[in-house]
Write a protein that binds this ligand. Structure first.
Ligand code: ADP
Ligand code: ZN
Length: 488
């Protein structure tokens, strides 16, 4: 069955990116004539069920080219030599059918970084398979018309050799759908269902936070089965609700569903960050905040860091204050704090230590830096115990002061904070527009924000989407985050 972009709901950004691949496949001459090299591969990164396979198939469908696929997990238990020869065969076949798409699902099963946990016997075969894959990718001409798409939900564990130029040098990120996107996915999957008029798609979308596209497809199918089991002529609202319950049961086991209370906590935590960072003059402006669960992490916020090569003390303190805004909001609104701020506290602590002992930003320590660019002190600290105590005290005081400041900013803006958190609970995502509506324009030197607005205008004019910023997330699963700049 042929899949097209119309079968893929939401995922607007990812679609824009793969559109280019479709264009490469359809009009290779357009690019090669000018001497350009068509990319060989792109990595689709996102949680299970977000539509990575679907999108890859849609690329083949839109370009009207053959689709070859294999899954990394197929190779795990293979006999010696089989994996490598399967890869060889696949590429041979694909090259003879070019232009075409090769899709490798679960590439992490073969592409995990080498040299880690290599005591297992099956690993040699995995490594052979990976090497064969690299050889094949290097072996064919960039412009031969074979484009390789690979899917993973853990890009950070992949061998860096895979990501080198001329291999999978592009990454396309897919996220769990927000409420509006879920509505669109429901639309796609209820198209062929006989439904009662009592079934409202927007209602279903609201009932399914944290569901992936695959989960929603399951809900739709399950609802049809439940209705049929009860000899109904059409599927009604209750059938859908029962189906949602069933799927939630499965997801709860996988720890993917958050309770209503947790969701409130996350919303107020994230709104705290957003409010403080919006109101402080030197903090990084915010682009987007979501409370859609991402793995085990809680919410997430996207900031646009200004392009600074020198950072002032005011900027660092405002950043610190915003980072503490999450926990501060929890304390103010619920009278208690949660473990959700682990990641925030770690960042703040490191920053404060750096300010006091590296950057000479504490009046008590003065213009001394215990930073060591040559790193040859070994185990002895370059300062006395007395200084160590001073550093400890200064670090503590600095963080304490910013925490109090964050609480004060929030207390003075309770109305906006509440409005923001409630908007988050309802819409699951907010953008800088929402903040501006609630708090008014940001004051101070907001070159970065001006740049965003300018870029937006320009984008409207040119209809070219770009300006990627890296998302990052809160809490427990810090190691799961592979992004650089600032966070929630
Ligand atoms: P992944 O490869 O990311 O694990 P799949 O592409 O295999 O996810 O998704 C499984 C199924 O879930 C798809 O075949 C489709 O029915 C449904 N699905 C997932 N994402 C979407 C989406 N964005 N729009 C429509 N259906 C989707
Ligand atoms: Zn936080």
């Amino acid at each position: 069955m042929k899949v097209n972009f119309k079968d893929v709901a939401g995922l607007e950004e990812a679609k824009v990116e793969v559109m280019e691949i479709v264009d490469f496949l359809k009009n290779p001459d357009k690019y090669t004539k000018l001497g350009g090299k068509i990319p060989k591969g792109a990595l689709l990164v996102g949680p299970p069920g977000t539509g990575k396979t679907l999108l890859a198939k849609a690329v083949a469908g839109e370009a009207d080219v053959p689709f070859f696929s294999l899954s990394g997990s197929d190779f795990v238990e293979m006999f010696v030599g089989v994996g490598a020869s399967r890869v060889r065969d696949l590429f041979r076949q694909a090259k003879s059918k070019a232009p075409c798409i090769i899709f490798i699902d679960e590439i992490d099963a073969i592409g995990r970084a080498r040299g880690k946990s290599n005591s297992f016997s099956g690993n040699d075969e995995r490594e052979n398979t990976l090497n064969q894959l690299l050889t094949e990718m290097d072996g064919f001409d960039t412009n031969s018309g074979v484009i390789i798409l690979a899917a993973t939900n853990r890009a950070e564990i992949l061998d860096s050799a895979l990501m080198r130029a001329g291999r999978f040098d592009r990454q396309i990120h897919l996220e769990l759908p927000d409420v509006k996107e879920r509505e669109e996915i429901f639309q796609v999957h209820t198209k062929n269902l006989k439904m009662a008029s009592s079934v409202k798609i927007d209602f279903l979308a609201k009932q399914t936070p944290g569901f992936s596209g695959a989960d929603i497809a399951n809900v739709c199918n399950e609802a049809a089965l439940i209705a049929a089991r009860n000899d109904k002529k059409e599927i009604d609202k209750q059938d859908f609700l029962d189906a949602v319950d069933r799927i939630i049961g499965g997801l709860e086991k996988k720890n993917k569903i958050i309770s209503e209370t947790e969701k409130r906590t996350i919303a107020y935590h994230e709104a705290g960050h957003a409010t403080v960072s919006w109101l402080l003059e030197y903090a990084n402006p915010l682009l987007k905040v979501t409370i859609i669960p991402r793995g085990k992490a809680l919410g997430a916020a996207w900031y646009l860091p200004e392009e600074r090569s020198i950072t002032t003390k005011e900027q660092l303190l405002d950043e610190m204050c915003s980072t503490l805004g999450g926990r501060a909001s929890e304390e103010i609104n619920f009278g208690k704090v949660s473990t959700g701020a682990l990641n925030d506290l770690e960042r703040v602590t490191k920053q404060a230590i750096a300010m006091v002992s590296f950057y000479g930003m504490s009046s008590d320590i003065g213009n001394l830096s215990y930073y060591n660019s040559t790193d040859d002190y070994g185990f002895t600290k370059p300062y006395s115990d007395k200084t160590a105590e001073k550093i400890d005290a200064d670090v503590k005081a600095m963080v304490e002061e910013q925490y109090e400041r964050a609480k004060e900013v929030l207390r003075n803006n309770m109305e906006g904070l509440t409005q923001l958190a409630e908007t988050l609970l309802e819409k699951e995502v907010i953008f800088s527009d929402d903040l501006e509506r609630i708090f008014g324009k940001r004051k101070g030197e907001n070159k970065a924000l001006d740049a965003i607005n300018e870029a937006k205008e320009q984008e409207k004019a040119e209809q070219t989407a770009d300006a990627e910023t890296a998302p990052s997330t809160d809490a427990q699963e810090a190691e799961n985050q592979n992004n650089e700049n600032s966070e929630s």
